[in-house]
Design a protein around this ligand. Structure first.
Ligand code: PEP
Ligand code: MN
Length: 333
């Protein structure tokens, strides 16, 4: 349920209403916009007397939120959420996240970090714990990989994002700027609940065969715990086509923009699996209103330990980044 307050209501009256609602066992999310304040009520609202609330002098309107996702619902928070990662704004500004699929060595991660930064990237990606289909494939450098990412952050000033695979690794991720939940873990509800206890940005990737509602319900798991810093990522879904690794669902971007206030970024690398398709899909994602891109870049894709076929060489990324800027100028007009 949402309660929209009239413009300029007295703080004391507002607090009185909030306390009264809390007294009914509800959690209240307050969204203060420029023109209106929205109270989002979470919990069992079936016994809340809507007519009584609507009759209060400070209340403009009361509506039931029929969708099962509440905290991430645009109705709860009409303005876009802006997440600040060490000064980099996600949701307010367009964000360029880039880096290798996996951290392989200090030289590799530092070289790629410097290159993508020079091309305008503002966050560094790199997997240390890798979810691989085959148990015989490279599984990531794990804790050492996280240390190497921190060295690359130190060298470049870029915040880092890296994937967590299990709750047991949480202590290792304390000094990571954004924790990524991979597609395969989107419905690992125990993990989501633990991440909800943190006050740290979470990059939540859409599951391989998940609906948008399921993605939003996973975001809700994190937000219900009080961690409101969730970034959604469309990374392609499994369909019947097999020329591309996945099918990039770009309509998800404007749809999610309607449904939720959370930032939504696009991963054209995992969506296509083919380096030469990354640029056209990155440009399309920019044009359709994504809040950013996450792209795999490797200094030697031919010898990459993971996802070389979809990884861009730094000079190709540089070209792509320039074109993304041009598209942004066009759509800003
Ligand atoms: C990744 O970003 O390296 C990754 C494994 O992505 P996804 O979870 O989308 O497959
Ligand atoms: Mn990858």
């Amino acid at each position: 349920m949402i309660v929209v307050l009239k413009h300029g209501v007295e703080a004391a009256k507002r607090e009185q209403l909030i306390d009264w609602l809390k007294g009914q066992g509800l959690t209240i999310h307050i969204s203060e916009g420029e023109y209106q304040t929205v109270l989002g009520l979470v919990g069992d609202t079936t016994r809340v007397d809507m007519d009584l609330i609507a009759s209060l002098g400070i209340v403009d309107s009361v509506k039931r939120v029929t969708e099962p996702f509440k905290c991430c619902n645009r109705k709860f928070h009409p303005d876009d959420t802006v997440i600040d990662v060490n000064g980099v704004k996600i949701g307010g500004n367009f964000v360029m996240i880039a880096g290798p699929c996996s951290v392989e060595s200090e030289e590799q991660i530092v070289a790629v970090a410097k290159a993508v930064k020079a091309s305008g990237a503002n966050i560094l990606r790199g997997g240390a714990f890798k979810p691989r289909t085959s148990p015989y494939d490279f599984q990531g450098l794990k804790a050492t990989g996280l240390e190497l990412l921190k060295i690359a952050r130190q060298e470049t000033g870029l915040p880092i994002v890296t994937e967590i695979m299990g709750v047991e690794h949480l202590p290792l991720f304390e000094d990571v700027d954004i924790i990524q939940v991979g597609a395969r873990n989107m419905q690992n509800f125990d993990l989501l609940r633990e991440l909800g206890k943190l006050r740290k940005p979470i990059l939540l990737k859409r599951g391989l065969a998940s609906t948008l509602k399921e993605l939003l319900m996973s975001a809700e798991y994190i937000m219900a715990g009080g961690n409101e810093q969730v970034i959604l990522c469309e990374r392609g879904i499994r369909t019947f086509d097999d020329y591309t690794r996945n099918t990039l669902d770009l309509a998800a971007v404007p749809m999610l923009k309607e449904l939720t206030h959370l930032p939504i970024i696009v991963d054209p690398s995992h969506a296509t699996g083919i380096a030469r398709l990354v640029e056209p899909m990155a440009l399309a994602a920019t044009a359709c209103g994504a809040d950013g891109l996450i792209i795999e870049v490797h200094n030697d894709p031919m010898h990459a330990l993971c996802d070389g076929a979809q990884s861009l060489r730094p000079e190709v990324y540089d070209d792509l980044a320039q074109k993304v800027r041009s598209i942004r100028e066009v759509i800003a007009k």
